[in-house]
Ligand binder design. Structure first.
Ligand SMILES: [Zn+2]
Length: 234
């Protein structure tokens, strides 16, 4: 009976987690999740949460006021983190998003990085893009981070009103203009006066999207903003 229960449980686990390593494609041992031990050990952690001035803070320096900024992993082309994010976003593998959020939470918990943060706000997707993908990847990460760190999730504070991805025909200037207007405050700003929010996204590249979202929130008096992403593109 016990063995049957274990078999049923392992069957359920196998349904949500892939059986082979996302990094190297080798079969996983039954205790391993998502990555094999070797690929786990090789994950390119930035350790930026220990470094107050890092490459993530550098990308926002001079563009907006913020308290702290960090990214968990270097995102290298064809690397393991790229494979993880791809499985999560384009193969609808939400457990990988949750798994990455747990990694981010356990890194942040080792320091006082998240101390004093009142809300976690995931960067919103435009509703058309979200219904096409079926979910907002940043929201999945933010939900798990919220429960791991016991910080409230606020996923409706900002709304994405322009679908900037559908504008490939527009000029570069028009696109950056559109990105500047892409977000709107969608909350009674009084609720956030004097609060400290953590803006969360899956990947940091140029930072333009996070910046546009943060600038909308920055209109709120005495609001403090920190930023975290899973990957930083190198
Ligand atoms: Zn592996």
């Amino acid at each position: 009976m016990k063995q049957l229960a274990i078999a049923v449980w392992e069957g359920l686990v196998a349904l949500v987690y892939p059986k082979s390593c996302i990094g190297c494609r080798q079969n996983l041992w039954s205790q391993e999740r998502v990555l094999c031990l070797a690929c786990s050990i090789d994950l390119p952690y930035t350790h930026y949460h220990h470094i107050s001035e890092n490459e993530t803070t550098a990308r926002f320096a001079g563009r907006l006021q913020f308290v702290r900024a960090t990214s968990l992993f270097y995102l290298v082309k064809d690397g393991t983190v790229e494979a993880l994010l791809h499985q999560f976003k384009y193969n609808n593998n939400k457990p990988i998003g949750v798994w990455m959020a747990v990694k981010l939470a356990s890194a942040l918990k080792k320091t006082d990085w998240a101390t004093g943060i009142d809300y976690i706000i995931p960067i919103p997707l435009h509703h058309k893009k979200q219904s096409k993908r079926g979910f907002n990847q940043s929201e999945i990460i933010a939900q798990e981070l919220s429960s791991q760190l016991s910080i409230a999730l606020l996923n409706t504070a900002v709304k994405r009103v322009i679908n900037t991805d559908s504008q490939t025909t527009k000029s570069r200037m028009q696109r950056s203009e559109n990105l500047r207007n892409a977000f709107q405050l969608n909350i009674d700003s009084g609720k956030l006066v004097g609060k400290h929010v953590l803006l969360l996204d899956d990947v940091l590249t140029t930072g333009a999207t996070i910046e546009a979202c943060a600038l909308v929130l920055a209109q709120i008096p005495d609001l403090k903003i920190s930023i975290a992403t899973i990957g930083i593109a190198t």
